[in-house]
Design a protein. Structure first.
Length: 249
């Protein structure tokens, strides 16, 4: 069944779709017609079954709340140093599918790209569209927050919001560090807020690592193989899902 994210909260069981992009997708692309049913997700994260009552006026009726909740039991924020090309779009799409609660990016010391305020705003708008599509496809209850930081100091100021701040660090992997991620996963509690930091193509500088560690961050390796900047977040989210959602042992 098709799913759509609707801004706001339902005040009555009667609803008229007003967002132009949603209208286009529902009634032009997917060709919904009267009596067709869809799943709607509002800002409260609750899924609701709805039925089209008038396709000409984009009107639907909410039939019932659905109990389905597919969110990870912990909040995971993925923070990537500004990568080249369209890698951030890839990261946003795939980490949304894998359950990230927030997708951040920041200007790392070795980031090749430099985005001014205008480019950041345009990039954020594009990423939010990608996240919406990925969230609908993967049947999420909530869309990840997208935030692009203009400065590293703005990014650092957010560390205090999290229970744990962890850095995927290439040098830790090279040194054979292989227990910190497993230790972290084994001690996670429902509702904890985690920040995972990933470097851009060139990795994170030693100066950045020292700065992050002063703010309480912990470095860790992601196994013996060195992962690309767009691959590492997927590894982490998959490991978290396995540890908290699939492993019954």
């Amino acid at each position: 069944m098709q799913q759509y994210f609707i801004k706001g909260l339902p005040l009555t069981t009667r609803l008229i779709i007003e967002d132009k992009e949603t209208i286009k997708h529902m009634f032009s692309v997917m060709r919904l017609t009267t009596n067709d049913k869809v799943t709607l997700v509002f800002d409260d994260g609750i899924k609701r079954l709805a039925q089209v009552t008038n396709r000409e006026t984009y009107e639907l009726e909410i039939l019932e709340e659905l109990a389905e909740n597919v969110e990870l039991p912990v909040d995971v924020t993925i923070a990537s140093g500004f990568p080249k090309g369209d890698k951030l779009e890839w990261i946003a799409q795939k980490t949304t599918e894998l359950g990230a609660s927030s997708i951040w990016s920041f200007p790392a010391d070795w980031s090749v790209v430099k985005w001014d305020a205008k480019k950041l705003a345009k990039k954020k708008e594009k990423l939010e569209k990608i996240v919406t599509g990925a969230g609908e496809q993967s049947k999420r209850n909530r869309l990840p927050e997208v935030q692009l930081f203009a400065s590293q100091s703005d990014f650092l100021a957010q560390f205090s919001r999290f229970d744990k701040v962890l850095i995927a660090y290439e040098e830790s992997a090279k040194a054979g560090e292989k227990s910190q991620l497993a230790k972290t996963l084994s001690t996670l509690k429902k509702g904890e807020k985690l920040l995972f930091i990933f470097g851009p193509e060139g990795g994170l500088s030693s100066a950045e690592i020292k700065t992050f560690e002063k703010e309480g961050a912990i470095t860790l390796g992601l196994g013996p193989r060195i992962l690309r900047t767009e691959t590492a977040p997927l590894y982490v989210l998959s490991a978290i899902s396995y540890a908290l959602e699939l492993d019954e042992g």
